[in-house]
Design a protein around this ligand. Structure first.
Ligand SMILES: C[S@@+](CC[C@H](N)C(=O)[O-])C[C@H]1O[C@@H](n2cnc3c(N)ncnc32)[C@H](O)[C@@H]1O
Length: 237
C-alpha cells in the first residue's frame, strides 16, 4: 500500500524521538503543534479546512459521523469561530464512542480492527467546555444506525452544508447516506475520509453504491493535496 513503508518508518522514528525528549506538559506540545504534527496529518486538516471554506456560503449545519476523540469536529468548530463567528451553523458530532464494533460483510478484513478508535466522550465534553463551545457543538451519542434515523425524525427541518463521513465502515456510512444525503443543500459537500482505502473497504463501497444511484445529483471532487479525505461529492446547484 502506498505510504506504508515511509509511514511505519516515521512512526518508529517519532517513538524514538519521544523517548529521548518526552514526556512533556500537554499544552507545551500543543502550542508548538507545527513542530510535531506529521505532514500527512497536516495535509488532511488543511484539506478539510479548504473543503469547509468552499461551503461557507451554503446554508445549513455541519455534521461529522465517526468522531473518535473529537479532533475534526473541533477543527470545524474552531474554523467557524474564525471565519463565520456570527453565523448560525452548528456542528453535529455522531459517535457511540465505543470504537469500531458494527461490521458488515462489505467491511472484509477490517473486522481485525474491532475496538480500534475508542474515544472518550468525557474528555471531548471537557474540551468543549474549555473552549465554551456548548452552543456550537451537539453530540449525538450512540450507534449511528439508531441515532441518525431518530435524529432526522425529530428534526424534519434540518439541512446540511458540510457532511464528513469517517466511521470507516459500510453499514453506518450507508445509513448516513440514506438519511442525511437528501438533506445536503445545493453546493453542499459530503466528504469521505476512507474512500478507495483497502484497509477499510466498506466506507468506499457504500459511497460507490450511493454515487451509482445518485450520479446526476452530485459532482465528484478530489480533496486537495491530501491522501485523506479521499472523495468529496458536491450537490449540484
Ligand atoms: C476513524 S475514527 C473517526 C476519526 C475522526 N473522524 C477524526 O477525524 O479524528 C472512527 C469512529 O467511528 C465510530 N463509529 C464506527 N462505527 C460506528 C457506528 N456504527 N455508530 C457510531 N459510531 C461509530 C468509532 O467509535 C470511531 O470513533
Amino acid at each position: 500500500m502506498k505510504f506504508a513503508s515511509s509511514g511505519s518508518r516515521y512512526l518508529a522514528d517519532r517513538s524514538a524521538l519521544s523517548e529521548r525528549y518526552g514526556p512533556r506538559e500537554l499544552w507545551e506540545i500543543v502550542d508548538h503543534w507545527p513542530l510535531y504534527v506529521g505532514v500527512g496529518n497536516l495535509a488532511r486538516y488543511l484539506a478539510i479546512g479548504e473543503l469547509l471554506r468552499t461551503t461557507l456560503s451554503v446554508p445549513g449545519d455541519l455534521a461529522e459521523f465517526g468522531v473518535w476523540r473529537g479532533s475534526t469536529s473541533m477543527l470545524l468548530t474552531k474554523i467557524l469561530k474564525i471565519v463565520d463567528p456570527q453565523g448560525p451553523k452548528v456542528v453535529h458530532s455522531f459517535d457511540a464512542f465505543q470504537g469500531l464494533t458494527e461490521f458488515a460483510p462489505q467491511d472484509g478484513d477490517a473486522t481485525a480492527q474491532a475496538g480500534r478508535y475508542k474515544g472518550s466522550l468525557e474528555e471531548y465534553q471537557d474540551l468543549i467546555e474549555l473552549y465554551q463551545f456548548q452552543d456550537d457543538i451537539e453530540i449525538h451519542e450512540g450507534l449511528i444506525e439508531q441515532t441518525v434515523p431518530a435524529f432526522v425524525a425529530e428534526r424534519p427541518e434540518i439541512m446540511f452544508s458540510f457532511v464528513y463521513c469517517d466511521t470507516d465502515l459500510y453499514e453506518s456510512t450507508a445509513v448516513v447516506l440514506e438519511h442525511i444525503a437528501p438533506r445536503v443543500m445545493p453546493g453542499g459537500l459530503i466528504v469521505f475520509d476512507e474512500w478507495n482505502y483497502s484497509n477499510f473497504p466498506g466506507e468506499g463501497l457504500a459511497a460507490n453504491e450511493f454515487l451509482a444511484a445518485h450520479r446526476e445529483e452530485f459532482v465528484v471532487e478530489a480533496p486537495p493535496n491530501t491522501r485523506q479525505p479521499s472523495l468529496a461529492l458536491r450537490r449540484r446547484a
